[in-house]
Design a protein around this ligand. Structure first.
Ligand code: MG
Length: 301
């Protein structure tokens, strides 16, 4: 049941950076994405087309895309919140976008000022237009194992949102534990609720390590046959609901665990460690990856 190979979706350059206090200039963001490509990542979230005043950390994503030496074998999804964002993404030459919905009504209202069903309606137009233009569309669901405002979230609610994202054309649905609150049993129950209705091959997992549960939860997801894992180099990105806490699970830590399980991933851990150290030094923040911290040798990026 455990997959022989796993695809890691590197979310550091978007999900990671957007939760950092320091804003990296465009050339450094380009260098980050190029470095990650060089380390073997095949799916790298390159930025976002949300309003720049809301998230200056990921503004000017058009310049990031145009500055990249795009690799035909690499996907560079960009987050798109609405039709205006899609138009910008299309003008910038994006080949893949990501849309997002919450599994919590309260979170949806607070995050994007509309209900879950309104958000799905909005994204259905975005997804249809994108697909008509030949783009791939990935879907994120936030708060799948708990909401910072509403607490517990039922797996059935997550299933409903996942089904809606599948219906609007998302080729993959990433289950996001936005506040990192989930434990392995809850993860198992969630996946067991969804997989009778949505093929396991269309699911990805997106864990945060806020409560130290991410790798345990990823292991459960792998045991359930999920073979796509979102992670962020050096654990970039904190938790907006718990200042100072860990954010996204670190790519280095996921890669190390996959190595220990002889699961193929195609990533050069040494290069990844070097990138993690370099980006954290630019951001003036500690490396959150335990594997990175434990590795004594300095690598060249
Ligand atoms: Mg995240």
């Amino acid at each position: 049941m455990i997959p022989e190979s796993v695809k890691i979706v590197e979310v550091g350059p978007r999900d990671g950076l957007q939760n950092e206090s320091r804003v990296l200039p465009v050339p450094e963001r380009i260098r980050l994405v190029q470095g990650l490509t060089g380390a073997g990542l095949k799916q790298i979230e390159a930025g976002s087309f949300v309003r720049p005043d809301l998230l200056p950390q990921v503004s000017d994503t058009d310049q990031v895309l145009s500055g990249l030496n795009l690799d035909a074998e690499v996907g560079y999804p960009v987050l798109v919140p609405n039709m205006r964002g899609l138009e910008s993404a299309l003008s910038a030459g994006a080949r893949e976008i990501a849309v997002f919905a919450a599994a919590s009504e309260t979170f949806s209202q607070k995050n994007i000022n509309c209900s879950i069903s309104e958000s799905i309606r909005r994204f259905s137009e975005v997804a249809k237009t994108a697909i008509d233009q030949g783009l791939k569309v990935r879907g994120y669901i936030s708060c799948v194992l708990g909401c910072p405002y509403a607490g517990a979230i039922s797996p059935e609610k997550v299933l409903y949102v996942a089904g809606a994202l599948e219906d609007i054309g998302c080729y993959e649905i990433s289950l996001g534990d936005t506040i990192g609150i989930g434990t392995p049993i809850a993860t198992r129950v969630l996946i067991d609720t969804i997989t009778p209705h949505i093929p396991v091959g269309r699911l990805a997992v997106h864990f945060h390590d806020t409560y130290g549960q991410a790798l345990a939860n990823i292991l459960v997801a792998l045991q359930a046959g999920i073979s796509v894992v979102d992670s962020s180099v050096a654990g970039l990105g904190g938790c907006p609901y718990a200042p100072g806490a860990s954010g996204n699970v670190a790519t280095e830590d996921v890669v190390y665990m996959l190595d220990g399980m002889s699961i193929h991933h195609g990533i050069d851990l040494g290069r990844l460690i070097a990138i993690g150290r370099s980006i954290c030094s630019l951001l003036d923040r500690p490396v959150m990856s335990k594997v990175n911290r434990a590795t004594p040798i300095d690598f060249e990026v």
